[in-house]
Ligand binder design. Structure first.
Ligand code: UD1
Ligand code: CA
Length: 482
């Protein structure tokens, strides 16, 4: 295993990506929860290289920050001017010196490339004892790519860029992916000999093949099993296409792991999402970030879950949840909004038009209808009536509310924080509770009702209301014993 570990992976990520027409560097555009660069770093990490090196140029500060965040041990080498892929690699060898062992070069804008494909490239490279092994691909439309030129015996001889190619060479359908495995010392030596004698006046990394072959070293090109993986991203149309393919790949993985995806076409998951057996994901659902779905849970239709964990057998319907924790057997929605810091314990129920923030709801408790719960800790087996508002903000600061176990909050209660409601307490419907309610007490805080008799007949004469009232009262009189 250690034999197949490369000494270094170099990720080229200095290019500008003008066709993205973006203020964000191309490599930082995202698909399935990761930047393109993040995907490249993940593929590189699969090889467990001794060192990881990223070449940055355009947007170097943002690119450097992303590398520091995702791969803190990686080295960022700056390429001041983008004078070609060979120049980029030369900046690395000049910065770090000769790298003993295998050096893999790959791109930061090739997010569909699998780590496993790179591993197979390294394996083929070692098995054949090559000086350089090029990952190639056979494609129906080779335009724009460097072509793999082979001699009459089929032996790989060189790579020619499209703009330097003859019409016969342009007809070749085997292309250079841009990923290579090199012998480190040979690479360091050959990269110094690369010239700018080509249509672009750039230093081409591809010329290293010609140089090494000229020195009678073994060179080879091995086609990728799935040519779709080497698709580079240059604009947002290609980005959307890559996102669809990557998403499809993730969904297929989860379906094969025993997850039901009802409608793959409208289900979107990020690379770091995980799901348990017999989870069922309904149409129009987005699972983002590090969301975890427990076994047997039913999510959707119409959910957006970000960095949220859902326990076994819970159900979440038409809900938006961010950094929330939903316990086993709990139910959420339809039409619920769980904001960061929401913790719903097992078998609790959050219903329709309910928003929670930075709050916990205990086991078996219910917040079924039309409520706002902010900065609250709700105990077990509590019923929060329809239209309850936890008034947590006084215009200056946020305050917490604590609700004990087996509490009954009447409908349309306003709980003005800071506040505590003891175990077994009740609040009367329509109350504005501003003081603590002791355990077992009924908190009532509302005006008493007064009925102004015959008001409609006096003040709304001739209306349907007045007539209906008159009929009801005369019927009442007839019914009275004479
Ligand atoms: C390159 C290859 C071509 C191959 C194609 C695959 C060369 C000379 N050509 O062509 O054979 O078919 O990739 O996509 O290598 N980069 C830098 N610094 C630079 C130039 C490029 O970091 O000075 C990075 C870019 O950010 C990009 C990658 O290298 O990630 C490829 O660069 P690009 O200009 O797209 O190469 P191509 O001309 O398409
Ligand atoms: Ca390219």
């Amino acid at each position: 295993m250690s034999e197949s570990r490369p000494a270094a992976v170099i990720v080229l990520a200095a290019g500008e990506g003008t066709r993205m027409k973006s203020r964000t560097p191309k490599m930082l555009h995202r698909l399935c929860g990761r930047s393109m660069l993040g995907h490249a770093l993940a593929a590189a990490a699969h090889l467990q290289p001794e060192r990881l090196i990223v070449v940055a140029g355009h947007g170097r500060d943002q690119v450097g920050a992303e590398v520091a965040r995702l791969a803190p041990g990686a080295l960022v080498v700056i390429q001041e001017e983008q004078r070609g892929t060979g120049h980029a690699v030369r900046m690395v060898t000049e910065a770090v010196g000769v790298i003993p062992g295998t050096v893999v070069v790959t791109y930061g804008d090739m997010p569909l490339l699998r780590g496993e494909t790179l591993r197979q490239l390294v394996q083929a490279h070692h098995a054949a004892g090559n000086a350089v092994t090029v990952l190639s691909a056979r494609v129906s439309d080779p335009s724009g790519y460097g072509r793999i030129v082979r001699d009459t015996s089929g032996a790989f001889t060189r790579i020619v860029e499209e703009r330097d190619a003859t019409p016969a060479e342009r007809a070749i359908d085997e292309i250079n992916s841009g990923c290579y495995a090199f012998g480190g010392p040979l690479l360091s030596d050959a990269i110094k000999q690369v010239t700018t004698d080509n249509a672009q006046g750039h230093e081409y990394l591809t010329d290293v093949v010609t140089i090494l072959r000229g020195d009678r070293y073994a060179v080879a090109a091995v086609p990728a099993a799935d040519p779709g993986e080497i698709q580079g991203i240059n604009d947002r149309v290609q980005l959307a296409e890559a996102r669809r393919i990557y998403n499809q790949r993730l969904l297929e993985h989860w379906m094969r792991e025993g997850v039901t995806i009802v409608d793959p076409a409208t289900t979107w998951v990020d690379a770091e999402v995980s799901m348990g057996q017999d989870a069922e994901i309904g149409p129009g659902t987005h699972l983002e970030g590090r969301t975890v779905i427990g076994a047997g849970a039913r999510i959707g239709p119409g959910c957006v879950l970000t960095d949220t964990s859902v326990g076994e057998n819970a159900t979440v319907t038409c809900a938006v949840c961010r950094q929330a924790d939903i316990g086993p057997g709990a139910s959420v929605g339809p039409y619920a909004y769980l904001r960061p810091g929401t913790r719903i314990a097992g078998n609790a129920h959050i219903g329709t038009y309910v928003e929670l923030k930075n709050s916990s709801v205990g086991r078996g408790s219910k917040v079924p209808h039309l409520s706002y719960v902010g900065d609250a800790d709700i105990g077990e087996h509590v019923n929060v009536g329809a239209g309850t508002i936890f008034a947590n903000y006084d215009g200056v600061a946020k305050h917490r509310t604590t609700i004990g176990d087996h509490v009954f909050i009447g409908s349309d209660t306003v709980l003005v924080a800071p506040l505590a409601v003891g175990d077994g307490a009740y609040t009367a419907a329509g109350s504005a509770i501003t003081e603590d309610v002791p355990p077992g007490a009924l908190g009532i805080a509302r005006g008493r009702q007064h009925n102004s008799q015959e008001w409609a007949e006096r003040n709304r004469a001739g209306t349907g209301s007045a007539e209906a009232a008159a009929r009801a009262r005369s019927a009442e009189k007839k019914g009275e014993p004479g």
